[in-house]
Design a protein around this ligand. Structure first.
Ligand code: MN
Length: 202
């Protein structure tokens, strides 16, 4: 049995590290104070141009978005391993966040909703328990990302754990698939540059 210590922690408690890093009077990011709806299975990947470009992969589970920052982004190429840094859980209303985070704020930069859809964990595992054990296998049903992925912890347990993200060899894998060939938002069709120049336009 996987350890269940953190699965019993409330979404509000899990989101304390997220809130502690942000000033919600300055940033337009959600504070995550709305009560979470019944457990869903959405996923989102945001293309985030902060001090360094990265892609944020978020999986909905237990009333929060489990989150990894992937510097080079996810790929459908099954022969490519991508570093994925485990970061703090995000609130569910971050799911469709697209806009500009002020430069003075944590993560300052522009964000587009690069992909979204639903996800399913493999083998009926408990998502929180799988993350605690350092290995989570799942299928994505997005507009760009499809098929079976695995995230596996590769370094010490603690803050900003280093994990590896891979796409398994399956019907959805595509040799040579380049993340940066598909830059536009699935929410608005915009690029990061377009969001940066008109953050509130839709
Ligand atoms: Mn980010």
């Amino acid at each position: 049995m996987a350890k269940r210590t953190r699965s019993t922690t409330s979404p509000a408690a899990r989101l304390e590290p997220y809130r502690a890093k942000r000033d919600f009077t300055v940033t337009s990011e959600p504070a995550g104070t709305a009560p979470p709806p019944p457990d869903g299975h959405r996923f989102v990947v945001q293309r985030h141009r902060a001090s360094h470009l990265h892609y944020d992969l978020r999986l909905e589970a237990a009333g929060v978005l489990l989150s990894w920052a992937v510097p080079k982004g996810p790929t459908l190429d099954p022969d490519v391993k991508r570093l994925a840094v485990h970061v703090e859980d995000h609130p569910l209303d971050y799911f469709d966040f697209e806009g500009v985070i002020p430069a003075t704020e944590y993560g300052g930069g522009d964000v587009v909703v690069w992909d979204w859809g639903t996800w399913e964990i493999a083998d009926d595992a408990d998502p929180i328990g799988a993350v605690e054990t350092g290995s989570i296998h799942f299928d994505l049903h997005g507009e760009k990302l499809r098929g079976r992925f695995a995230l596996v912890r590769r370094g010490p347990i603690g803050q900003r754990e280093q994990w590896i993200l891979i796409h398994k060899h399956d019907d959805a894998s595509v040799a040579g698939w380049q993340t940066e060939d598909h830059p536009r938002s699935v929410k608005s069709g915009r690029t990061n540059d377009e969001v940066a120049s008109a953050p509130s336009a839709r």
